[in-house]
Design a protein. Sequence first.
Length: 307
Amino acid sequence: MKVFVICNSDSLAIPSIVKLSELGVLVGLAIVKKAKKLLLPRLEALDLGLTPMVLERSTWEVELAEAIKDNGTDAVWALTFPWKVPASLLNIPPQGFINFHFGLLPKYAGADPIFWQFKNRESDGGLTVHLMSDEIDKGPILFQEKMKMMPGENYGFHCLRLGTFAVEQLDKIIDKVGQAPRDFLKLEDPDYVIEHKPTENDLGIDWAHQTAEEIEWLVNATNPVYGGARTRMNDNEIRILEVTPVNLDGEIKAEPGQIVHADVTFGVVVACSDNECIRITVVHTAEGYLSGVKLFNLGFTPGHIFG
């Protein structure tokens, strides 16, 4: 098998790229221009024996078609790719375009399944590999494997684990891709499907209605890719990057979002809608990245309310 990889990510894609190179099946590699600054130095340092193509938005279809033909490609593997692939390209390699979707289809389709799996507090993430069609994330599924969500992990750490997880599945995936006729999986249709990227509202903390657990998962879902969960204090935007659940004795007599405790040891502790509290440990403001203790030192004291 000769595999050509197109990608847009480092932690999700690079481990599999290295493995394909070691197996001697990697014949080409292309990245999008937007990811050039991040990916190209890392890929060049790996000394894969090939020069990565950098795809421009206006010319990528023609350039990729030529590269696929020139390399005698059997299959193109998309390890995170931001652009819709037209039918004219999908039909060029004999085994088609294979998409590595780092989430569980069919429920979590679209551009960012990892965020939604975190926000919905799913017990599992995972990897779905499917044959690409002219509809995004709708092609026949070749392979799916779940990966347990780790308590307290954030989006970035989950991606790191998923990249390694994909490598562990590669032998099985290569076997599936090479089967003829292919044995596609039949998955149960979910009650609803999430396909859109998160909006500004999805990234914001709703102190009046979200529980401490829901806020913690949202914070982890936004770190680092969205820069933290959004809230405000005195008309200033604050992005919360890390929180820790806190158990306080007795009933909490405070509004949701109100600081109920703050000192130089614990930093800032905030009441939530379910009579539980969270301790804010890391935030990002226009002035920089700050600890919860630093927030206390800057005047974030009991009685102040996030909203």
